[in-house]
Ligand binder design. Structure first.
Ligand code: PLP
Length: 400
């Protein structure tokens, strides 16, 4: 990857027709070091948020040794990229073949499940040729919890209900010496209280099951920072999680895990796009719903934007974007705040697309190519930079 000081230098050097992804390894490194130093337990990176091998190596270099993988392709990719990493297969619905390959060929020992059927599948797929069961399985029961405090729900698809969790914990305990409970409060949880509610459910399930639990995995959901979404400091989340974890009826030496995706990689990338046409306050740009701006189109996510021409004069005005494909749904309502004299041929940097942005790009309609470069400047916003807007908070906001 070529290296530039910032997005403007990329435009000056390349004058690109296609969108460009600007990666900031220093920002991902800083986020990972924050988690490994301050989260009161083990930090797993959720690979689906951004599976780029370059990013995985940055996180590894910053001390992240455990990775949450959800498909056999992610298992293979993570194993190939990081031969010594601990891989945890956390999707609660896997194929028998995927479990077998993960266990026997890639050294995966940690698996999540939310039904008796999945438990049976894991136990048989990991047994040896003579049918002897594996003795080193580490199994986590995924519980369903509320997504009420999160911007993107993960509540309806996976997880055992409270009533099912206790019997499932009891049978799972019979197949492993290391038992855990995991959940996911939904992505971009805007309040630490999300984890309190979830841990209350976990407490009820463990009390009812009366089994020894060796690990509590509070999942992902840790927020990043976007326009109109300024979360409390991450330390508040960590403190509250630790308090409620320590009050659980679990083994005295039980571990605490978390699985952030977004919080570790949102700041890693921004996107450079070119305006190809203007119609009133709608800008036709060269990336969109089928590209790195999936969330901007499908859930109306607002990303921070910055016009890169020097001669544009403020004031700012509100704009919506159309992406390059022929579909009407390739539309991002925003509003995105840009100089009112922006026009075709101008470039825009769209920030904070490192999580669920570049990972979602497709080649639909012949669009989707995007060169990746490295830039050295700061991301448009950061939870980790330390130059605080509010003295009591860790957030820095330089958003419009
Ligand atoms: C997606 C996912 C994560 C990461 O979620 P973020 O909201 O990006 O932190 C963690 N764990 C599981 C099981 C997931 O599916």
């Amino acid at each position: 990857m070529h290296i530039y000081p910032d997005a403007k230098a990329v435009i000056e050097a390349l004058g690109p027709d296609e969108p460009i992804i600007c990666n900031r390894p220093h920002a991902a490194d800083r986020a990972a070091r924050f988690f490994t130093a301050k989260f009161p337990g083990e930090t797993l990176y959720a690979v689906k948020a951004n599976p780029s091998p370059e990013l995985l190596k940055v996180l590894w270099g910053a001390g992240v040794t455990h990775y949450d993988v959800a498909s056999i392709a992610e298992v293979r990719l993570a194993r190939e990229t990081l031969p010594d990493a601990t891989l945890c297969f956390m999707h609660p619905v896997k194929t028998r073949r995927a479990v077998r390959e993960a266990y026997h060929q890639h050294g995966v020992r940690v698996f999540a499940l939310d039904t008796q059927e999945e438990l049976e599948k894991i136990v048989t797929a990991c047994s040896d040729d003579e049918g002897n069961p594996a003795e080193d399985l580490r199994l986590l029961v995924r519980m369903r919890v509320s997504s009420d405090h999160s911007e993107l729900s993960l509540a309806s698809k996976f997880g055992a209900e409270l009533g099912e969790a206790a019997p499932l914990l009891q049978t799972t305990r019979q197949h492993c010496d290391w038992l855990g409970v995991c959940f996911h409060v939904g992505s971009q949880a805007m309040s630490p209280f999300a984890y309190v509610q979830a841990l209350d459910r976990v407490r009820a399930a463990i009390a009812e099951a009366a089994v020894t639990v060796d690990v509590i995995d509070v999942g992902g959901g840790f927020p990043s920072i976007y326009p109109d979404m300024e979360p409390p400091p991450l330390e508040d989340y960590f403190t509250i999680i630790k308090q409620h974890f320590e009050a659980l009826p679990i083994a005295y030496n039980a571990d605490l895990w978390c699985e952030p995706g977004r919080a570790l990689c949102a700041e890693y990338s921004s996107l450079l796009v070119c305006v190809e046409k203007r119609r009133g306050n709608e800008l036709y740009i060269n990336d969109g719903a089928y590209g790195a701006l999936f969330d901007a189109a499908h859930v109306g996510w607002r990303f921070p934007v910055n016009a890169l021409e020097d001669d544009l004069i403020k004031p700012l005005s509100d704009f919506a974007f159309f992406g390059p494909t022929c579909d009407d749904i390739d539309y991002m309502p925003g509003p995105f705040s840009l100089p009112e004299d922006i026009q075709s041929g101008d470039y825009i940097e769209i920030g904070m697309i490192g999580a669920y942005g570049s990972a979602m790009k497709t080649g639909f309609n012949g669009f989707g190519d995007a060169e990746q470069v490295i830039v050295h400047d700061e991301p448009m916003a950061s939870l980790y930079r330390g130059d605080r807007v509010r003295p009591e908070s860790d957030n820095v906001v330089s958003l419009r």
